[in-house]
Ligand binder design. Structure first.
Ligand code: ADP
Length: 418
């Protein structure tokens, strides 16, 4: 195994797995720390954790367990993958997890670069931009669990780590890999534990990949993986196909991102949909049973959507009464139950919007590993389950991080996988 990835959420894991697969590396994604499965001939194993919003100590412990598994199987380099919008709070978990990995590996220094220019995430002078907006002016400022109100990543990471955070700015990045390596050495020699690295184009990321060839640990968004396959001399090429699974289809959305709101609004105009309201769940309404009873007679005619996706005002209202954590849990549990019920009713193709939501859904379905299939939109592939408990049907899953995908994503995805 050339590379072991530890991803802090499920859709983030799928995103980086797609990046590596498209670059020609045989990639398998494990849901949680692998148990009872071996990597076979995989070049890369991506371990998808659900650690982004867990308590920091728990996130670090999960990550260290993943690290131990990957190192025992000979992973030559470790990538800690987080969101391209640096989703975290002052309590963590990017800093605490990266610190724990550095400590465990006995490594003094690593890089941090969430840039993903294809999806309009760029880092300039240490500041993260979403499109033309600073992160802190973007809709990420209203994320239900990790509101991002500071775009200066040197500061943001600095608040989360016991180490000092430096910057390798674009002029150095543009001088190429050798200049970057020199800058890393200089920072490391001055006692810095991290360098935020600027990147505004794929070229910058490719150069960064080359500059990181000898670092035992890297941290970043999926973009940082772009330049890594060349370091290993791997270029198998070709996107992987997955066989059709047939069956009924459904969409579940628990993401409240601006893009998911737009995608849900587009679907609701013409297609069957069922709304899940956290306030009604808190009042004891069994919306999972209601959603399944509603969906059952419709499935034969085409895909249905169950969603908790809501605009920031509605999210704030639910959170004011329930707290962010409780509101999120209620919705995740409900959508997970709906997912199980849908599979029992013959659904085999499932699109899920939201990282945390996807984590809850695959856990409820008992999915342990995913093979990466063709790309639907940047960062989002179709996947197929490779390890389900005995007797479980094989499923095709499209797990979409909240902000990803075009406005017609749900239709586009289902159109690709009949
Ligand atoms: P994203 O990928 O957009 O970050 P996630 O699924 O990771 O999406 O996170 C969204 C969180 O918001 C989940 O915990 C989800 O349960 C929660 N949530 C969904 N709908 C609502 C709502 N209407 N009110 C409050 N929280 C919600």
């Amino acid at each position: 195994m050339y590379l072991g990835c530890i991803a802090d959420d499920l859709t983030g894991a799928t995103d980086v797995a797609l990046m590596l697969q498209n670059a020609g590396m045989r990639t398998i994604q494990s849901i949680g720390v692998p148990a009872g499965f071996e990597p076979g001939d995989a070049d890369v194993v991506v371990v998808a954790l659900k650690s982004r919003t867990a308590p920091a100590a728990d996130a670090a412990a999960q990550s260290l367990a993943a690290l131990a598994w990957l190192r025992r199987r000979g992973a030559g380099q470790i990538l800690f993958k987080y969101c391209s919008t640096f989703d975290s709070t002052d309590a963590g978990n990017i800093g605490p997890v990266a610190d724990a990995l550095l400590d465990a590996m006995g490594v003094p220094f690593t890089v941090a670069c969430p840039a993903f220019p294809t999806n309009k995430r760029t880092v300039y002078l240490g500041h993260l931009f979403v499109g033309e907006q600073l992160l802190s002016d973007s809709p990420m400022r209203d994320h239900p669990l990790t509101p991002m109100r500071d775009a200066n990543l040197v500061r943001v990471l600095g608040r989360q780590t016991k180490r000092t955070v430096g910057l390798v700015a674009l002029p150095t990045v543009r001088q190429g890999a050798a200049a970057m390596k020199e800058a890393f050495e200089k920072l490391r020699g001055s006692g810095y534990g991290y360098a935020i690295v600027d990147a505004v184009s794929d070229q910058d990321l490719l150069a960064l990949g080359a500059a990181c060839a000898e670092l035992p640990l890297l941290t970043g968004g999926s973009g940082i993986a772009m330049g890594l396959p060349a370091n290993f001399g791997v270029r198998r090429g070709g996107e992987a196909a997955i066989p059709a699974v047939g069956g009924h289809a459904a969409v579940l959305s628990g993401s409240c991102s601006a893009q998911s709101n737009a995608q849900v609004a587009q679907w609701v105009k013409t297609r069957p949909s069922f709304r899940i309201d956290p306030l009604q769940l808190a009042d004891g309404m069994d919306l999972a049973t209601a959603a399944l009873a509603w969906a059952e007679p419709l499935l034969a005619a085409g895909p249905v959507l169950a969603f908790a996706t809501a605009e920031p005002d509605a999210v704030r209202k639910a959170q004011a009464r329930l707290g962010a954590q409780r509101a999120g849990e209620l919705v995740e549990q409900c959508l997970a139950q709906v997912a199980r019920g849908l599979v029992e009713r013959g659904v085999r193709r499932l699109v899920v919007a939201g990282g945390e939501t996807s984590g809850a859904v695959v856990n409820a379905l008992g999915v342990r590993a995913l093979r990466i299939g063709p790309q639907i939109d940047p960062g989002v592939p179709w996947t197929q389950t490779v390890e389900t408990p005995v007797g479980e049907p094989r499923l095709a899953l499209a797990l979409k991080s909240g902000n990803f995908g075009t406005i017609d994503f749900f239709d586009k995805a289902l159109g690709m996988q009949q």
